[in-house]
Design a binder for this molecule. Structure first.
Ligand code: NAD
Ligand code: UDP
Length: 339
């Protein structure tokens, strides 16, 4: 079975390509490499010992996209391509709507024209907005507090409308919690450009000596140690969830939103201490003010993923830190530095 993977060279996409190939599926990646390197795909091949097809192109270019999709012979699509920096989305909202919403519209149009109606979409826990109860279940009301979140919500709504108009679509909306970690080989991982915004890559760069200390954004939250609490999920577990989602769609029509999280909350300081143990390196911290727009705490109820997909997270915080550390040490400057 051929799977067409938009954004397949990116952080989550590359790990998912490994799991798809290991599960015996064939893969065509469609990526414009705006936030990734082709080298990631070479490493996917060396991890799996298998080939994949790759086409360079932009999902907003409907003609190129439809041709690549038709040429691939795919029967199923996983759609990772998009922009994901919350701060940037607030500065340049139109770029985010164009990439994430218009891009997805082009993809759905091409799929409909080719009668390929099976799609897994990368959504985010950000669509739940301020928690009205925890853990978040899929029934939690939806809202968005920033432009990035609005684009995810807009696409979710588009997918629900498409399904209402034609019940032969098979759609899985996966709501990721906080993906971290790297492949245990240390060959692929997260390669943020510039100063990382996210906690785990920042902590890894402090441990490796690239940055002096971690700014902890606030220690006066109503959480056990005062720092923010999130549900961190190992990227290899997340990738495995996509294989399960594709297999689920092979058996079921419908439009289902499904949380992919571990179901456990960890504070910023929990993660820092776990990283110090895993790496054997100190991670100095300085407490700063709260980061604007941050929520104090949230985590997933992952039981629907277990019930529908037969998936649950297997790797804990220790593996998340050990695998990040291995990737960071073997690739201190990301893919550009070579091995
Ligand atoms: P990433 O930036 O590493 O990967 C995205 C990939 O899409 C990159 O390879 C990029 O070059 C490509 N891309 C972007 N715009 C494109 C376009 N117009 N046409 C073709 N390719 C394009 O990001 P990621 O962390 O792997 O995230 C993948 C998806 O998951 C995104 O949709 C993101 O919003 C979503 N998501 C990520 C997180 C997270 O914390 N990483 C959390 C929730 C949801
Ligand atoms: N955080 C932090 N310092 C950093 C980056 C993040 O203290 O340099 C905190 C942030 O306030 C939040 C948690 O770490 O409580 C996770 O942040 P991240 O940006 O990784 O994910 P998000 O909050 O966007 O889900």
């Amino acid at each position: 079975m051929m799977i067409f993977v938009t954004g397949g060279a990116g952080y989550i996409g590359s790990h998912t390509c490994v799991e798809l190939l290991n599960a015996g599926m064939d893969v065509t990646v469609f990526d414009n490499f705006s936030n990734s390197q082709a080298e990631a795909l070479e490493r996917v091949k060396s991890i799996t010992g298998k080939q994949l097809r790759s086409v360079e192109g932009d999902i907003r270019d409907g003609v190129a996209l439809k041709k690549a999709l038709a040429d691939s012979g795919a029967t199923s699509v996983i759609h990772f391509a998009g922009l994901k920096a919350v701060g940037e989305s607030e500065v340049d909202p139109l770029r985010y709507y164009d990439n994430n919403v218009v891009g997805t519209m082009r993809l759905l149009e091409s799929m409909r024209e080719l009668n390929i109606k099976q799609l897994v979409f990368s959504s985010s826990a950000t669509v739940y907005g301020v928690p009205q109860f925890l853990p978040y279940t899929e029934k939690h009301p939806l809202s968005a507090t920033n432009t990035y979140g609005q684009t995810k919500l807009a696409v979710e709504n588009m997918l629900r409308d498409v399904y209402r108009s034609d019940a032969s679509w098979r759609l899985a909306i996966l709501r990721y919690f906080n993906p971290v970690g790297a492949h245990p080989t240390g060959l692929i991982g997260e390669d943020p450009q510039g100063v990382p915004n996210n906690l785990m890559p920042y902590v890894a760069q402090v441990a490796v000596g690239r940055r002096e200390f971690l700014n902890v954004w606030g220690n006066d939250y109503p959480t056990p140690d005062g720092t923010g609490v999130r549900d961190y999920i190992h990227v290899v577990d997340l990738a495995a969830g996509h294989v399960k989602a594709v297999q689920f769609l092979e058996r079921n029509a419908g439009c289902n939103a499904i949380n992919l999280g571990a179901g456990v909350g960890h504070s910023v300081l929990d993660l820092v201490h776990a990283f110090e143990s895993a790496s054997g390196k100190p991670v100095p911290v300085k407490v700063g003010p709260r980061r604007s727009g941050d929520l104090d705490a949230y985590w997933a109820d992952p039981s629907l993923a277990r019930d529908l997909l037969g998936w649950s997270a297997e790797r804990g915080m220790e593996a998340m830190c050990l695998d990040t550390w291995k990737w960071q040490q073997s690739n201190p400057n990301g893919y550009k530095g070579g091995i």
